[in-house]
Design a protein around this ligand. Structure first.
Ligand code: FAD
Length: 445
């Protein structure tokens, strides 16, 4: 969609070829359905764990069938308004069919050749299937099928503790299932935040077995996952969330001279060009960070470069400065910019400060101080390199963090810039103040 819009704005005629459902992963089986279901599960969990003694609340049994139906209605509405109607407004056709390259200069849709100056491959990714003994013999869920269930399973074992595993774990735990995660929790997160997150999952009743799953066995009613150390974890259902790999089946990339890497992702340069000068690639299929806004930014860059007067010298590129990411757990786990490890890997001397949420007035008044904020600054210049937070609304905080990193702000700038009291985002100012001294913080001083 982003590539098509950019190409139309540049005056080109455009056809989008879609073999499945318009909208791709995000609106149909990714961001939108997961976030609306998580919001519903969070409302139930909020009622069950309400900390305000004077306002009694209770949480009844969840009707997952009703929630899934409501989610499907939202998805259908957004697919129409944000995709089909937008294609109409910009004036490009969406052609139903399977696209493939029979040779380096031809594109076919269900066997019919299409002529175009350039093609952009944006075929996304699909759940990875880990090489796990016994997996082929058992029935298991992916994030897609889990969000179609009509009933909350009594117990659920999830293999994988990345963002999909963590979100799905809380989704089902907050709807009343007993959930166990097998795998490393939040492998991409700052270790200090992962440590706090372990406590959150423990208080939520989500068991986390931080070991590699090595085998799976069971029947329709009971699944057993065996870990590398021989530990056995049982559950009624199994969900596999071990990552997503590029979706390139039946595209004919090899015959078209489009190189892929050892993980199967299409290899692109910073202008989203592949090894075939007429073919570009963007989004999950290109091995880019798997966020819909990265896919959109890549799609736009691919379109601009494909239509440039001199496509051999691409002008546009994706600028990853301050890139944010959010795991929509409760509290959210979010980041902007670099991790401490990444800053060191890039040869930067850095200094870090960690602010616990029991030092943040917003967390105190909400009576939920589970969480922390970590700020990473360049030790030589004081410039902000990364911000990481486990907090209610951490995703919202990251917009400010991204702006600050992109604008080249220092921790002094942050400490001396207005922050509204009592907001969670104020923790950015408070954490920046810790670079001056680490005495206890007053409310606004
Ligand atoms: C459970 C889950 C939750 C997520 N939550 C978030 C979130 O909160 N925020 C966020 O930023 N990201 C989130 N993501 C990631 C995000 O959805 C993806 O990064 C994004 O959708 C990738 O977009 P894309 O355009 O590269 O591919 P896709 O959206 O996957 O689109 C690819 C399309 O290509 C079609 N296709 C494939 N092959 C062919 C072919 N040969 N011919 C024709 N059509 C073809 C497919 O049918 C598909 O519709 C989530 C993902 C999942 C799975």
């Amino acid at each position: 969609m982003a590539a098509a819009i950019a190409a139309r704005q540049a005056g080109a005629s455009v056809v989008v070829i879609e073999r499945g459902v318009l909208g791709g992963t995000c609106v149909n089986v990714g961001c939108v359905p997961s976030k609306t279901l998580l919001a519903a599960a969070g409302a139930r969990h909020g009622a069950a764990t309400n900390p305000f003694t004077g306002v009694p609340t209770s949480a009844g049994k969840a009707d997952l069938g009703a929630l899934v139906a409501q989610k499907d209605e939202l998805v259908a509405g957004m697919r129409q308004a944000k995709y089909a109607d937008v294609a109409g407004a910009y004036g490009f056709e969406v052609l139903a069919g399977h696209a493939r390259f029979p040779d380096p200069s031809t594109l076919e849709v269900d066997g019919h050749a299409l002529r175009a100056r350039a093609c952009i491959v944006a075929t996304g990714s699909e759940p990875d299937r880990p090489d796990l003994a016994g997996l082929a013999e058992v029935e298991y869920l992916t994030s897609t099928t889990a969000m179609e269930l009509a009933e909350v399973p009594e117990s659920l074992v999830i293999i994988g503790g990345g963002y999909v595993g963590m979100e799905q774990a809380q989704l089902f735990a907050h709807l009343g299932a007993h959930v166990t995660i097998v795998g490393r929790l939040a492998p991409q997160a700052e270790p200090e935040l992962t440590e706090v997150l372990r406590g959150v999952f423990a208080t939520d009743g989500v068991e986390v077995v931080e070991e590699r799953a090595s085998a799976v066995a069971g029947s329709a009613a009971q699944i057993t996952v065996t870990t590398a150390s021989g530990r056995r974890v049982n559950g009624h259902r199994l969900l596999v969330a071990t990552g997503r790999r590029a979706r390139t089946d039946g595209l004919g990339l090899a015959g078209a001279g489009v190189r892929t890497d050892e993980r199967g992702s299409v290899v692109v340069d910073e202008g989203e060009r592949t090894s075939n000068p007429r073919i570009y690639a963007a989004g999950d299929v290109s091995g880019a960070p798997q966020y819909v806004y990265v896919a959109a930014a890549g799609g736009r860059v691919a379109a601009l470069n494909a239509l440039a007067a001199d496509p051999a010298a691409p002008a546009a590129r994706v600028d990853y400065t301050g890139l944010p990411s959010v795991v929509f757990t409760r509290p959210q786990l979010a980041s902007a910019g670099w991790s401490e490890a990444e800053a060191l890997r890039r040869g930067r001397r850095c200094e870090c400060r960690i602010l616990r949420l029991d030092d943040v007035p917003r967390a105190l008044v909400q009576r939920d101080t589970r969480g922390a904020v970590k700020v990473i600054a360049d030790a030589d210049t004081g410039r902000l390199l990364g911000v990481h937070a486990l907090a209610d609304g951490a995703g919202e905080m990251m917009l400010a963090a991204t702006y600050a990193i992109k604008a080249g702000m220092t921790v002094d700038d942050l400490a001396d810039t207005w922050a509204p009291y009592l907001t969670m985002a104020e923790s950015l100012r408070i954490a920046a103040g810790l670079f001056r001294n680490q005495l206890p913080t007053s409310c606004c001083a």
